[in-house]
Design a protein around this ligand. Structure first.
Ligand code: XLS
Ligand code: NI
Ligand code: NI
Length: 445
């Protein structure tokens, strides 16, 4: 028995606090690269990341897929949904404590069951919130964000805030209201909207313009309510291009930035970028992070990855160090995330059925980002990549180029400049050289 659980029962006996043992350790249940207290780029590793445990995948996922029922048994499941909710909360705080994760995230329906009426659902959630509050106090673990699951229930099959039926929209609002109340009660740092079924399958039955204006109105009302009850954190939108609907309205970072600006929501809403959603949109993870960062809206990250060969949201744990480096280059250059953290929106594979697999998965994800951080910092400190990038734009640092950036030139001035300089010389983008440089910094020791 370890001391790392706060409920009545230990759900993962035999697993203690996961220590940092360094890259030479042969203990599979130890961090090799994630050393929480180590200072990198002026900040402790743990503060760069604010790693967070996702309630839904870690404690709800049972490995089922369209071809077969669940394979992963949860020791906290009982016949009574409220008892299960209680046990699940305890399991969450146990796993987070053992992994040294200081944050967690949940949907309303992950934490507590839907009741027979709006009022019953609210009561169920409020009861679990009381318990979560106690557990937060006992462990020091904080709520990174919560959200409302307005996509599972059959009533949302045509969307939530974009549903053509006003009554359904109102049900979604009831859930968001209760989730915001829960957030404030728990001192949540952020609140997330992921589009769920906000999107459409066919224009034959869809008035896109009307649905989008409903969504904007819904988000404004949610913002107003949140601010009214004292929520001071950030609202995040999590872009995703497809799945479950064919055309998700929050397609990618650029689409969401445009939508927020067009609807006057850009003061309160930032972006939560999920790796697998970016790749589904045909972008790299780093691309969507960069779009968010360039707009001052890089709020939070859902850390996972897709499968190169599968075209859906497989939500695997991140293990690709190259991708993590590219992501961390964006995050470091942006000066960190705005209020958010790295939430492992990632699940075990169907055939990962041992109790300790959830620990291996998170250890791997945290180690991968620790490597990404350390190596991105090394690359920035090395300076060659940064210098190459800035030198590439040197023609805008002085003379006419500088005047152009300052808005001092007309189109005719540009024409005259072109005529006076004659044909331009070809300049190499040097991508191969830069790729070699990354490998050298990575493996050159
Ligand atoms: C689904 C989303 C979801 C959000 C929270 O694809 O990633 O898990 O993060 O609703
Ligand atoms: Ni997500
Ligand atoms: Ni996802």
């Amino acid at each position: 028995m370890s001391n790392y659980y706060v409920g009545n029962k230990e759900f993962y006996p035999g697993i203690g606090k996961i220590p940092f043992e360094g890259p030479k350790s042969d203990n599979p249940l130890a961090f090799k690269f994630y050393d929480p207290e180590k200072v990198v780029a002026g900040k402790k590793m743990k503060d760069h990341f604010k790693f967070s445990l996702a309630y839904w995948h870690a404690f709800m996922g049972d490995g089922s897929d369209p071809f077969g029922s669940g394979t992963i048994a949860h020791p906290w499941d009982t016949k009574d949904p409220m008892e299960t909710a209680h046990n699940k909360a305890d399991a969450c705080f146990e796993v987070a404590t053992k992994l040294g994760m200081e944050y967690y995230c949940f949907h309303d329906r992950d934490a507590s069951p839907e009741g027979a009426s709006v009022g019953d659902s609210e009561k169920n959630l409020a009861k679990v919130v009381d318990l979560l509050k106690e557990r937060q106090k006992a462990t020091g673990i904080k709520l990174l964000w919560n959200t409302a699951n307005a996509f599972n229930h059959p009533r949302y099959s045509n969307g939530a805030s974009t549903n053509p039926d006003f009554d359904v929209l109102a049900h979604a609002a009831a859930q968001v209201k209760a989730a915001l109340d829960a957030n404030v009660a728990l001192g949540g740092q952020n609140y997330v909207f992921w589009g769920g079924r906000e999107g459409y399958m066919s224009l034959l039955n869809t008035d896109m313009k009307r649905e989008l204006s409903h969504m904007a109105q819904f988000l404004s009302l949610s913002r107003d309510y949140g601010r009214k009850i004292g929520f001071k954190g950030n609202f995040f939108i999590e872009p995703k291009p497809k799945e479950p609907t064919t055309h998700q309205y929050d397609y990618d970072a650029a689409t969401v930035v445009g939508f927020l600006k067009a609807n006057g929501l850009d003061k309160d809403f930032l972006l939560n970028i999920e790796a697998n959603h970016a790749t589904l949109a045909g972008h790299s993870f780093a691309h969507d992070l960069q779009v968010a960062a360039d707009n001052g809206m890089l709020g939070s990250i859902d850390a996972n990855r897709g499968d190169l060969f599968l075209g859906w949201d497989t939500d695997q744990f991140p293990t690709n160090v190259y991708d993590a480096i590219e992501a961390m280059l964006v995050v470091l250059r942006a000066g960190g995330l705005k209020g958010g953290g790295f939430n492992f929106d990632a699940k075990l594979r169907r055939n990962s059925t041992d109790a300790d697999d959830i620990f291996h998965a998170h250890i791997g994800g945290m180690d991968t980002f620790a490597l990404g951080l350390t190596l991105a910092d090394k690359i920035i400190t090395d300076g060659r990549l940064e210098k190459f990038r800035s030198d590439r734009y040197a023609s805008f640092d002085s003379g006419k180029g500088k005047d152009f950036e300052a808005g001092k030139l007309s189109l005719v001035d540009l024409r005259d400049h072109a005529a006076s300089v004659g044909e331009t010389k070809l300049t190499s983008g040097k991508q191969e050289y830069l790729e070699n440089l990354i490998n050298q910094v990575m493996f050159g020791c």
